[in-house]
Structure formats: structure tokens, C-alpha cells
Design a protein around this ligand. Structure first.
Ligand code: ADP
Length: 553
């Protein structure tokens, strides 16, 4: 027997219409590419998204067609989020930090018909244009007076397109399983792969972002969206923000510590989201200007850190600087991305701060909608004892089942998606990500977690950033090598770092050597590029390896 409830499809157009109707004057603030601050609101985003939908239809964009963006976080990019998907086309957010060849590969693979771009990317696109044979037009996201002078074929102006189109548009109603947006994983190995979200998966994911034990985004929040709109739909917050009418503050390309600080202060942001590396920049700025800053002007109370492990020292620092609670979350493009979220349980109420930081340093628990499990090499589930580590798999209605234009399913016959991460699960269901499976250090048949070691090193007051990789060892197969970027003006020694770490990690996990470097390589989404580091330090002779030392001598 079927229930007797209405079958209204879950469509993204419903989110923006709701935001316009009930939170129309809630602000959308953008720090534009030219440095100016632009103020808009949800009503204006809806009206302009409707104009955009009409403009796209005039350009011949049809349901299912892919429309690409190469753009920063601004109100125009937000308008594209709703205008493109709302008219039943597919928004393809391209990560502009990828190498030009990768950009060309994914624009061609997605068969994008139009590319909307911020003028900072005009020169890159002009160079790539001859390789982008299928693109019918390039739209500069600016006013007529700001149009870039570059040899791009079929160059159009965003503000002209909108001015010429009517805001009179009834959103089409269609199957909620229709594709809404497309995002390629950065593909540290092999070619990037396209994750294709649907209207249904995105709306369900938004409910979760708004749930109290999700990200608890609400109408009372002023959200600094540091995570880019080109990185897994900015973790779903543009949609969740429309669902609940949050104020969104969009930093454009201005992601320095100083700019983040200013926006937090001037827009009274109480909530923010971003990968660990951007917060290091904020801390650095605060440390250097501590005497002239009045930190009581910052009302930040919650922030989500994910994309890479949030070091315990970072969690502690946010608490000490602003009294802000770090929600440590884990996920990936293929999980939309929210999968596990570190909100506390009632039993944590009486925890000391130190105990609480330990809890927060794990990546949280599965939220309703995502099932997770860890599996051993024999394919059997492992105990949830916080010790056994194995392959982490996930399934649920906002987890990918396959990749765009790929032949095979991405899931096994039980519906599990293998995340490529290695993790432990404890009795409460808290996940601890040990490593990406390819980054795990295998020493004498046992595994060492590079993330744990990095975390311990990051607690040292003179360490800016740390990376740990496995280096070949004639006796142990692999042993950990610690690479350190020191804070500006600091000169930590090998001994002080190792002394600091000892007692914080198992003795046999301690790095065999420490190397100081000026910078560490990051991927387009801010993760440490360990593949490059492993290449670079492949022949590094560990002082504990007599054979290697003998070779070097
Ligand atoms: P890309 O490879 O394109 O950067 P994703 O953003 O999808 O792709 O990256 C997902 C991966 O990032 C996860 O599989 C995991 O390895 C890592 N990751 C994400 N969040 C965390 C976290 N909180 N702690 C540790 N690793 C994380």
C-alpha cells in the first residue's frame, strides 16, 4: 500500500524560491575580484538566477547541457548555482587551481557548452581556447566596462546577458533524480573523475547541513564561506544557506589571513568553513599583528574544518583565540561531501578541554543518511574498537554510484563505495582517518599513521606545517620521515621537535629523521601532495638505515 502523501520533487529551484520568499532581504556579501565589496540578498540572487535561466535558454542551452564555471566565491557564481541547475542544465564547477592541461581535459570530458569565468582567469582561458573545441561561448562574469581584452572566441558579458533577459521565469518541474551539478575530483592519480550530483541528493544533503547535529546552519548565521564554490559545491552550504536563509559572506579570491580576519570582523561572521591550510594563514596574521588587533570584535563561534585532518593544535587555537568550536568533518567529492561530523554527544558534556580536543581531533560520526564501515584485507568488517584500521567504505543517497561517462559502477555488489581512506571506528562510531590508503607507512608489517605524526608535530609552537611520508628502509621496508616548515622567524631544531613528539605517539612510530623545508606542495584543493614529496625524498638516507648510510658515504 502506498502512503497518501504528495509527490513533490526535491528541486534546487525550490530552495532559491524559498530563500527569496522567506529570507529575501538576508544579505549575500561578496569581496569581488576588483577588491570592492558587493552587497546583494537572496531575493536578488533569485531574480538574477531567473534572468540567467532565460539568457541561457536564449543561447540555446537545453536540459542536461553542461555549463562550466571557472570562478571565485561571489554573488555571480551563486546565481549560476541556482540559474543553471534551476533551468535543468548541469552546473560544472571547474577548479581554476588545476593545471591548464587538467582544465582542458575536464571541460572537454564534460562537453561543456559555455564557460562562465572570472576575469582573473581570462588569460588562462584564452591560451586554452584552441583546445576547447566544443565550447560555444565564453562569458566574462563582469560589467561591460570590465571586459577583458583577450583573444577569446564568442566572448560575452555576464551583466549584459542579464540586463537583456527578463526575470519572468517559471522554473521547470522535472524528476528529482535529474543531474544538477558536476564536480571533478582532483585526481592525484590518473585523470580527474566526474562526480554527478542530482537535485534529490543535493536537497537531502542540505537538510543534513541544516540539522542540529549536522552543521546546524540556520537563519541566524552569518557564514564566511572560505571553502570555494568550485570545491564539492562549497560543502553544500550555498544550498543549505538558501534552505534556511543564512547570510553568506563570499571572499572572492581574497583568502589571505588579513582578508579573512577583516571579513570575519566586518560582517560579524559567527560560522565559517575551510580546509586547514587557510586557517594557518589566519593564525599567522593574528600572531604577527596581535598587539594592534582587538579579538573581541570577532564573534566566530563554530567552524567546520575538513578536506584534510584538522590538527589538534588548530582545534585548541580556535578555542583559545575566539572561544570557537571546531566541528571536524570528513567527506569527499563522492560523498557530496558531508559524511561524518564531529558534533559532541551528551556524554562529552563534562569532558575537560583536553579530553574534548582529543574527541574533536577525530573526524566525527556518521550522520543519518550515510552508512560507513571499515573492512580488513579479507573483505570482512573490522571491530569498532578504535584500534583496528582498515578500508573505509560508505553508502547512502548522497554517495556516488558511478562516475560521469565511466563504464563501470563505482560501488561493490553490497552498494559500498570504497573511499580510498584507511580509518578506525570506535564504539561510539567516531571515525579516525589514519591515512589515504596510498599514504599509509608500512613498517615491518605494521602500519603507521602519517596523519597522527603530523598532528603531533603541528602542536610544536615553532612549526607552521608538517608532512610525514614513508621512505624506503632496508630493514623495516619503510620508515617515517618528517618534513617541517618552520614558522616565520623561528628556528626549531630536530631534537626539540622529536622531544616534543615523544610520549605523544607510540615509540616505534617516531620519525627516523626530520628535514626542514621552505614550503610543502599542495593540491588544487589544499591537500599535501605526498606523491611529489615521496618522489623528492625517495633516496633520502635515513640515519637509522645502515645500508642507506653506507651507500651515501
Ligand atoms: P580531492 O582529491 O579532489 O581533493 P576530495 O575533496 O574529495 O578530493 O578529497 C577527499 C579526501 O580528503 C578524503 O578521501 C580524505 O582522504 C581527505 N579528507 C577529507 N576530510 C578529511 C579529514 N577531516 N581528515 C583527514 N582526511 C580528510
Amino acid at each position: 500500500m502506498h502512503g497518501l502523501m504528495q509527490q513533490r520533487p526535491l528541486l534546487l529551484s525550490g530552495l532559491i524560491d524559498h530563500a527569496a520568499a522567506y529570507h529575501g532581504d538576508r544579505e549575500i556579501v561578496s569581496h569581488m575580484v576588483d577588491g570592492s565589496i558587493h552587497r546583494s540578498d537572496w531575493r536578488s540572487v533569485q531574480q538574477r538566477a531567473k534572468r540567467l535561466a532565460n539568457a541561457l535558454a536564449r543561447l540555446g542551452v537545453e536540459p542536461g547541457d553542461r555549463v562550466a564555471t571557472l570562478a571565485w566565491n561571489t554573488h555571480r557564481h551563486l546565481e549560476l548555482y541556482f540559474g543553471v541547475s534551476g533551468m535543468q542544465a548541469v552546473l560544472h564547477t571547474v577548479n581554476p587551481r588545476l593545471f591548464p592541461e587538467q582544465i582542458a581535459y575536464i571541460v572537454n570530458h564534460a562537453e561543456d557548452g559555455y564557460v562562465f569565468f572570472d576575469i582573473s582567469f581570462a588569460a588562462t582561458l584564452a591560451e586554452l581556447a584552441p583546445q576547447l573545441g566544443r565550447v560555444k561561448g565564453f562569458v566574462a562574469m563582469c560589467e561591460r566596462a570590465q571586459m577583458p581584452d583577450v583573444p577569446l572566441p564568442h566572448l560575452l558579458c555576464y551583466e549584459d546577458l542579464l540586463a537583456q533577459a527578463s526575470a519572468d521565469c517559471e522554473w521547470p518541474v522535472f524528476d528529482e533524480n535529474t543531474a544538477s551539478s558536476l564536480c571533478y575530483t582532483s585526481g592525484t592519480t590518473g585523470n580527474p573523475k566526474g562526480v554527478l550530483y542530482s537535485h534529490r541528493s543535493t536537497v537531502l544533503h542540505s537538510f543534513l547541513a541544516c540539522a542540529a547535529d549536522g552543521l546546524a546552519v540556520s537563519a541566524r548565521d552569518s557564514v564566511l564561506l572560505v571553502v570555494p564554490l568550485f570545491h564539492v559545491n562549497a560543502w553544500g552550504v550555498p544550498y543549505a544557506g538558501a534552505m534556511c536563509g543564512a547570510k553568506l559572506v563570499l571572499p572572492g579570491p581574497h583568502l589571505s589571513g588579513e582578508n579573512i580576519y577583516r571579513l570575519l570582523r566586518d560582517e560579524r561572521c559567527n560560522f565559517s568553513l575551510g580546509v586547514p591550510t587557510v586557517w594557518l594563514g589566519l593564525f599567522d596574521y593574528i600572531e604577527r599583528h596581535r598587539d594592534s588587533l582587538d579579538l573581541s570584535q570577532i564573534v566566530l563561534k563554530r567552524l567546520v574544518v575538513g578536506g584534510s585532518a584538522a590538527p589538534r593544535a588548530m582545534i585548541q587555537k580556535f578555542e583559545e583565540l575566539f572561544g570557537a568550536y571546531v566541528i571536524h568533518a570528513w567527506g569527499m567529492s563522492e560523498t557530496s561531501p558531508l559524511a561524518t561530523i564531529g558534533t559532541p554527544l551528551d556524554k562529552h558534556r563534562d569532558f575537560s578541554l583536553q579530553q574534548r580536543y582529543d574527541m574533536q581531533a577525530r573526524q566525527g560520526r556518521a550522520i543519518y543518511g550515510v552508512e560507513i564501515e571499515i573492512f580488513g584485507e579479507d573483505g570482512q568488517p573490522l571491530p569498532h574498537d578504535g584500534k583496528a584500521f582498515g578500508d573505509l567504505k560508505a553508502r547512502g543517497p548522497w554517495v556516488a554510484s558511478g562516475y560521469y561517462r565511466a563504464d563501470a559502477d563505482a560501488v561493490d555488489d553490497q552498494g559500498w563505495f570504497p573511499t580510498g581512506d584507511v580509518a578506525t571506528l570506535d564504539a561510539d562510531g567516531f571515525v579516525q582517518i589514519t591515512d589515504r590508503s596510498k599514504d599509509v607507512i608500512k613498517s615491518g608489517g605494521e602500519w603507521i599513521s602519517s596523519i597522527d605524526l603530523e598532528n603531533a608535530a603541528m602542536g610544536h609552537p615553532e612549526v607552521q606545517e608538517a608532512a610525514v611520508i614513508g621512505v624506503a628502509h632496508s630493514r623495516w621496508q619503510e620508515r617515517p620521515l618528517l618534513l617541517i616548515v618552520a614558522k616565520i622567524g623561528a628556528r626549531p631544531t630536530r631534537e626539540s621537535i622529536l622531544n616534543f613528539m615523544s610520549g605523544k605517539v607510540a615509540k616505534w612510530w617516531m620519525p627516523d629523521d626530520v628535514v626542514f623545508v621552505d614550503t610543502l606542495p599542495h593540491t588544487a584543493t589544499g591537500k599535501l601532495q605526498k606523491l611529489i614529496l615521496r618522489e623528492q625524498f625517495r633516496a633520502h638516507p635515513l640515519p637509522t638505515d645502515e645500508v642507506a648510510i653506507g651507500r651515501g658515504a
